[in-house]
Write a protein that binds this ligand. Structure first.
Ligand SMILES: [Cu+2]
Length: 118
């Protein structure tokens, strides 16, 4: 009985901790943008990729169009940086499934996105 008396509070504490982690994980995933099935991303005013996370099929070509008042870039991880002036657009084809992070190298703090290729 000594065993049970000492173990029970520990188990209860652990269960509470697990519940807290689950709640925290739920919050952070809600903050992440839900993938949108589209091949069109707008560089919207101001300093935003919209939608931030997209989902496309392998072989699809994604086009980024700059509708902001500033020059931006699209640099997919491991690829060259592509400059996109106001009113311009750039297209990148994704042949292989995977999750591709990209940033605007001029505004790394504010502008990042993700292309999920399925
Ligand atoms: Cu930018």
């Amino acid at each position: 009985m000594t065993f049970h008396r000492s173990l029970l509070p520990a188990v209860a504490g652990l269960a509470a901790a697990v519940a807290l982690v689950a709640v925290a994980a739920g919050c952070s995933s809600a903050e992440k943008s839900t993938p949108v099935a589209t091949t069109e991303v707008t560089m919207a005013k101001s300093y935003r990729f919209d939608p931030k996370t997209i989902e496309v099929a392998a072989g699809a070509t994604v086009t980024w169009t700059n509708e902001d008042n500033f020059t931006h870039t699209v640099q997919v991880d491991g690829q060259e940086d592509r400059k996109v002036s106001r009113g311009d657009s750039v297209s990148i084809t994704f042949d292989n499934p995977g999750t591709y992070h990209y940033v605007c190298t001029l505004h790394r703090q504010d502008m990042a996105g993700e292309v999920i290729v399925t």
